[in-house]
Design a protein around this ligand. Structure first.
Ligand code: PGA
Length: 255
């Protein structure tokens, strides 16, 4: 039985005032929610104070990125151990916005995944195809390359302590969502690919969907067999929308 995870990727949004308001609304609307793990991933400068504020409660904290290095002369980077020390449980690696803007390639993402786990964090590994890949029939090839790079570097056992997020790039922040069928197809592909290396690891692995998941389309996606939660961008900045998605995920378990 996989407990779903709903994680909010705040991206480069927030301020102390806005964070306080959002988190206080979230605490109120989530209450003591059950049947689903919930996390927020704020910008790095706020992680320590937010982790402090949320400590002991049901909302975990994740970072949006980490270095592939342990320490040293890497100006501007943050080590996994630092993120863990200030209270992070999760870290997103390989988000498509970083793959694009920071030119993170599959090998680099795999090294970040390994470094994050070595620091005791649970990586949320993002994979997903561009619009042209989907239109050209290359979705599975691209996703397989992204996944295999990490499976090869970290070993399949590493996925006992990791989460995958399938995020079709054309659906991120665009309001275009993959249809439940399109999403389920790729989620099943990912699970089968991991199962090719270890069926038990694949059966226990949480695979989140990300890309314009909102309160009104979440239930349809979360109902599908291989969709175990969501990585939520825009809607995670709205307490009502985010908690509605978390509730929808929890209800799938109860159902
Ligand atoms: P979105 O972002 O929900 O705003 O599409 C998802 C993500 O990038 O993780």
């Amino acid at each position: 039985m996989r407990t779903p995870l709903v994680a909010g990727n705040w991206k480069m949004n927030g301020s102390r005032d806005a964070n306080r308001a959002l988190l206080s609304a979230l605490k109120g609307s989530l209450g003591d929610i059950r049947g689903v793990d919930v996390a927020v991933c704020p910008p790095a400068v706020y992680l320590a104070e937010i982790a402090n504020d949320l400590s002991g409660g049901p909302i975990a904290v994740g970072a949006q990125d980490c270095s592939d290095q342990e320490k040293g002369a890497y100006t501007g980077e943050l080590a996994g151990s630092m993120l863990a020390e200030v209270g992070c449980r999760y870290v997103i690696v390989g988000h498509s916005e970083r793959r694009e803007r920071q030119n993170e390639d599959n090998a680099w993402v795999a090294a970040k995944f390994v470094a994050a786990q070595a620091a005791g964090l649970t990586p949320i590994l993002c994979v997903g195809e561009q619009k042209a890949d989907r239109e050209g029939g290359r979705t599975e090839t691209v996703v397989a390359e992204q996944l295999d790079a990490v499976l090869d570097a970290a070993g399949v056992e590493a996925f006992e302590r990791a989460v995958i997020a399938y995020e079709p790039v054309w659906a991120i922040g665009t309001g275009l969502t993959a249809t439940p069928e399109q999403a389920q197809e790729v989620h099943a592909f990912i699970r089968n690919r991991v199962a090719g290396r270890d069926p038990q690891v694949a059966a226990d692995l949480r695979i989140l969907y990300g890309g314009s998941m909102k309160a009104d389309n979440a239930a349809g996606l979360l109902a599908l067999e291989d969709i175990d939660g969501g990585l939520i961008g825009g809607a995670s900045l709205d307490a009502d929308a985010f908690s509605a998605i978390a509730r929808a995920a929890g209800e799938q378990v109860a159902a």
